[in-house]
Design a protein around this ligand. Structure first.
Ligand code: PGA
Length: 247
């Protein structure tokens, strides 16, 4: 009942020439069974949306909590939407770490996205120290509760579990560790949102690649992936889309 989602996060990578990867991806996978989303840097949102022409979804990587105003260098959800984005990632661990974003900040950004009719992809995840200390579920439970708007539904919000220590490192949690967290997140969502909690897509993120995608997608309550490095090349992201379509 939950449509699977393959989401790519290009982070601070990509120039206009990189859009050829998007046309190649669409050409190689014209009718994927799963939903496909790519989140390029803001400079490429409009260009990617033009190339995608609705065949894949395009998202931003962050937005400001306000719709407009004196915030030099920031971009609002409404602006991303105007440029052709339907989704926006909020609370990525690189934003939380590099820009000191708190759960309250992420919540405000997610609310802004929902207000503008966009889908918020809310990222949460523990650091290695937190995992070693045995506090993983406390940390992500707190992030989930503190970053998810009251108005969230399965249609307007996606939750991405991304252990900080697995991002860009080539390391991944065991399948049991992923299952434990995703089952916990599902239970927390059902506790808060009732039956609607079953409708939220739960993505796993952190060093997902073609070689480990199939086993990760077989884990219960994993409804797709948020992919960084492996989303930059059509061949790699395409292989992940195929793995998800077959899961
Ligand atoms: P990675 O990044 O796939 O390069 O580990 C994932 C992410 O940060 O979304």
């Amino acid at each position: 009942m939950r449509k699977k989602l393959a989401a790519g996060n290009w982070k601070m990578n990509g120039l206009s020439a990189s859009l050829t990867e998007v046309s190649a991806l669409i050409e190689a996978h014209p009718a994927p069974v799963c939903e496909v989303l790519l989140c390029p840097p803001a400079t490429l949102v409009a260009g990617m949306a033009a190339v995608a022409a609705g065949r894949i979804a395009v998202g931003g990587q962050d937005c400001h909590a306000k719709a407009s105003g004196a915030h030099t260098g920031d971009i609002s959800a409404a602006m991303l939407k105007d440029a052709g984005a339907s989704h926006v990632i909020v609370g990525h661990s690189e934003r939380r770490a590099d820009h000191g974003e708190s759960n309250a900040d992420v919540l405000a950004k997610a609310e802004a996205a929902l207000t503008d009719g966009m889908v918020a992809v809310i990222c949460i995840g523990e650091t290695e120290a937190e995992r070693d200390a045995g506090t993983t579920l406390d940390v992500i439970g707190g992030q989930l509760a503190g970053s998810t708007p009251e108005a969230a539904t399965g249609a307007n919000t996606v939750i991405a579990y991304e252990p900080v220590w697995a991002i860009g490192t080539g390391r991944t949690p065991t399948l049991e560790q992923i299952a434990e967290v995703h089952d916990f997140l599902r239970a927390e969502l059902v506790k808060r949102f009732g039956a609607e909690g079953e409708a939220f897509r739960l993505l796993y993120g952190g060093s997902v690649k073609p070689s480990n995608a199939t086993e990760i997608f077989a884990v219960p309550n994993v409804d797709g992936a948020l992919v960084g490095g492996a989303s930059l090349k059509a061949a790699d992201f395409g292989a992940i889309i195929e793995a998800l379509s077959q899961a």
